[in-house]
Design a protein around this ligand. Sequence first.
Ligand code: MN
Length: 197
Amino acid sequence: MTFELPDLLYDYDALEPHIDALTMEIHYSKHHNGYTNNLNAAIEANGLGGKTIGELLSKHNDIAAVRNNGGGWWNHCQFWEAMSADGGGAPSGDLAAAIDSSFGSFDEFKSIFHKAAMTRFGSGWAWLGVKDGGLCVCSSPNQDNPLMDGFCNPILGLDVWEHAYYKKYGPGRATYIDAWWEVVDWVEVSRRFSNCQ
Ligand code: MN
């Protein structure tokens, strides 16, 4: 199986002013494209053709090139799809109820997620995931994700690598996180949550 860079569902400037167009262009066309090409090269080099991304991440993550580039490919696919110019606000329905049940309130969830994203030292990701019938927040280093160790089933991930925010926000990761909430597509996250039930 050859993996492809997925089409973006919106223009580079669609998420302005929260996510700037230049960051989107470089992040998608350089970083994500690089992970995609390097994943395919790692698959070829290690004789892993025909595996699904789930198999590669959970069973072959002992190979650094598969772990880093397979994670980079999957993490960014879910990241683009979970943002929208029509995003922001708060979830509704079953996901909203699950957030209230697991964290107390949507605001409390955002606070916990924000802390996880802020305290991930260096490069990595913060995650909302389904675990043991409820929801959890966790984070991972580099391009790792919870599919690698099965800690949870991730339904929303935030990229906290500096390449995701430095051009617009400089070292201001907290400001970037605040801006990102304004573009989170809760319809997409709800769809993912439903698929886990
Ligand atoms: Mn990234």
